[in-house]
Design a binder for this molecule. Structure first.
Ligand SMILES: Nc1ncnc2c1ncn2[C@@H]1O[C@H](COP(=O)(O)OP(=O)(O)OP(=O)(O)O)[C@@H](O)[C@H]1O
Length: 279
């Protein structure tokens, strides 16, 4: 009886309603580890002996020409595509190649696709609320009884993505950039350990790009963030470590200055980008 009464108390926080931190073990190494990963489509190697290590809390930018394998790499990490060979580990405990997409997502790997997919008719707050309810670790039938802690998490998310003032407005009225931030906020509701972000600034204004740079650099440290992006100005503004993919494997890795001055990178990618910009 007292349990039923406590269920009716909206301000009571139930431990089982609040997602627990992902059990990923990073004590002995990186948060993400890909070794000798290869995947072929009809005999064509889209990923070819790829090795990649992402440290816990790191912000990594992945660049590379069209067809380099960036999207396929993300698909492999999230379980959408199975590699032919190689290993993919999340921390030292989770072999991602033995898990399906929902299992990988529930471990704390969130993916932001290029196109924002927010619920336009719902308010900004409701979008975040729904994203939290989608968390399988929260008992779905009880999400209507929002605890104070859950509400605090949404408020915190609103603050992080800079949309507090627009919390009660329908998401449909947001600018393209604001929709992108809302979707990042929706991912954050699931408390990810690793965020994979695909071309976050495509179609954004300069000002929105600056705000996105602040947002992503602010997230790093709290979670690991992998950003795939073609806009070199943006990459330069956020980059610590940059990985250059080419023909499915790592061509170069280092600081932006190091990779930008690498003759191989200039030849296959940055040279072409510069030509495009000048055209
Ligand atoms: N399902 C598939 N079937 C056949 N070929 C595929 C498939 N997915 C990807 N490819 C091919 O694999 C290669 C790598 O593609 P991918 O989309 O991963 O590159 P990318 O680096 O993300 O490119 P972009 O910058 O254009 O998004 C490309 O040549 C692509 O045509």
């Amino acid at each position: 009886m007292s349990f039923l009464r406590s269920l009716a108390d909206r301000d009571r926080v139930f431990d089982f309603l609040v997602p627990t931190a992902s059990p990923v073990d990073v004590r002995h190494g990186p948060i993400l580890y890909l070794e000798d990963v290869t995947v072929s489509f009809d005999g064509f190697k889209a990923i070819d002996n790829l090795n990649l290590t992402i440290d816990d809390g790191e912000l990594r930018c992945i660049i590379g020409p069209n067809g380099a394998g960036k999207t396929t790499m993300m698909d492999i990490i999230t379980g959408k595509t199975r590699p032919d060979t190689g290993s993919v580990w999340f921390g030292s405990r989770h072999d991602l190649l033995t898990m399906n997409e929902p299992e990988i997502a529930s471990l704390g790997i969130g993916r932001k696709f290029q196109k924002p997919t927010v619920f336009e008719a719902l308010s900004v707050f409701e979008n975040l609320e729904l994203a939290m309810a989608a968390d399988k670790r929260i008992l779905p039938t009880l999400t209507a009884r929002m605890s104070g802690e859950v509400r605090d998490r949404i408020e915190e998310g609103l603050d992080t993505i800079g949309l507090t003032a627009l919390r009660d407005r329908p998401a449909g009225i947001l600018s393209h950039g604001q929709k992108q931030w809302l979707e990042i906020g929706m991912l954050l509701m699931q408390r990810p350990r690793l965020l994979l972000v695909d071309e976050p600034v495509a179609g954004m204004t300069e000002q929105e790009m600056e705000r996105t740079a602040e947002l992503l650099t602010g997230l790093a440290g709290k979670q690991s963030v992998v950003v795939v992006e073609h806009d070199m100005g943006f990459v330069r503004s956020i980059a610590r470590q940059v990985t250059v993919l080419h023909q499915g494997s790592v061509l170069a890795e280092g600081t932006m200055d190091q990779v930008a001055s690498d003759p191989r990178v200039i030849e296959v990618y940055l040279g072409a980008e510069a030509d495009e910009e000048m055209a």
